[in-house]
Design a protein around this ligand. Structure first.
Ligand SMILES: Nc1ncnc2c1ncn2[C@@H]1O[C@H](COP(=O)(O)OP(=O)(O)OP(=O)(O)O)[C@@H](O)[C@H]1O
Length: 272
């Protein structure tokens, strides 16, 4: 190490004298213009993480912001379908260009790279993590807010996103039953260990609204949410009902038409 200047912060060499851990954070594409970046996480699958990510993107767009969604759920991408995007992503010599929804939301997802939407993603772990990173480093985003729909749980891709993308915070999505479980705690702990601020919790499928009297029916009991969230050190930012109309707009690729303002408080947290 003849040319060692003993300043580890400006040196990429991993020699035995290194005293500081090396950052694994990656730069976004040189031509990209990205304001803030938020991850949407969940302890396990099927709790409505993609639903919340899409609705949050629409809510921010309705507030007038430029919004992008990076579909980090590489194996089970569902964002393009919710937005009714079926064409393949395009690219130039410079980089990848995200698809754009009918209201102007930018989207990048593995499903936009496959020849057929129904093709399985038969890639090994390291390749999958690499793709999530490339959606950050190689895509020419132009957004005020980039939302990352993370894969469920605390696996490879989640870790890779936490390590390589400078997140401004994460929002946790749970269902009422999941809130009391260990998997939520694991995800909260992972964000803490990665020093990424956990902004709070969206409880999805909290209640059903009676179509006749508008009464909220809490199928899994009421009042436990605040207590369980507090145990995890989380603020409850929103509670969303189970609403067949929501599932229907997702199935029809028309999430941008959804009615409801459940996530306005979450959007305010992200934009403040
Ligand atoms: N509040 C809701 N009301 C009605 N249907 C919902 C609601 N939330 C989610 N769904 C439906 O439940 C299914 C699972 O939701 P979603 O794909 O968002 O979950 P997820 O947590 O992202 O799952 P995964 O991580 O496994 O992809 C979807 O068909 C979605 O349309």
């Amino acid at each position: 190490m003849s040319d060692c200047n003993h300043n580890c912060s400006s040196c990429a060499s991993n020699c035995g004298e290194r005293t500081e851990p090396q950052s694994l954070l990656k730069q976004h594409h040189v031509k990209a213009n990205i304001g803030k970046v938020f991850g949407i996480v969940s302890g396990k699958g099927g709790v409505g993480k993609s639903m919340v990510t899409s609705q949050l993107a629409v809510t921010l767009r309705r507030m007038g912001y430029k919004v992008g969604v990076l579909d980090g759920d590489i194996m089970g991408p569902s964002i393009p379908k919710a937005f009714g995007i079926h064409e393949q992503a395009s690219g130039t010599e410079d980089g990848m260009i995200p698809a754009v929804s009918s209201t102007g939301i930018q989207v990048m997802s593995t499903n936009l790279l496959l020849e057929h939407e129904t093709d399985p993603v038969i890639w090994r772990g390291p390749v999958i993590s690499g793709v999530a990173q490339q959606f950050w480093t190689d895509v020419i985003w132009d957004v005020d807010y980039l939302l990352i729909d993370m894969p469920p749980g605390t696996g490879d891709v989640t870790l890779s996103v936490f390590q390589s993308i400078p997140l401004n915070g994460v929002v946790m999505v749970t269902s009422p039953q999941e809130l009391v479980s260990m998997v939520v705690e694991k995800t909260v702990n992972m964000a803490n260990m990665m020093h990424v601020p956990m902004l709070g919790l969206v409880e999805n499928m909290s209640y059903v609204l009676c179509p006749d009297c508008d009464k909220k029916i809490y199928l899994f009991g009421q009042g436990k949410t605040q207590e369980a969230a507090a145990r995890h050190g989380l603020d409850v930012l929103a509670q969303m009902p189970i609403d067949p109309a929501l599932a229907a707009v997702v199935d029809a690729g028309r999430i941008e038409d959804f009615q409801g303002n459940w996530l306005e408080n979450v959007a305010k947290q992200l934009t403040k």
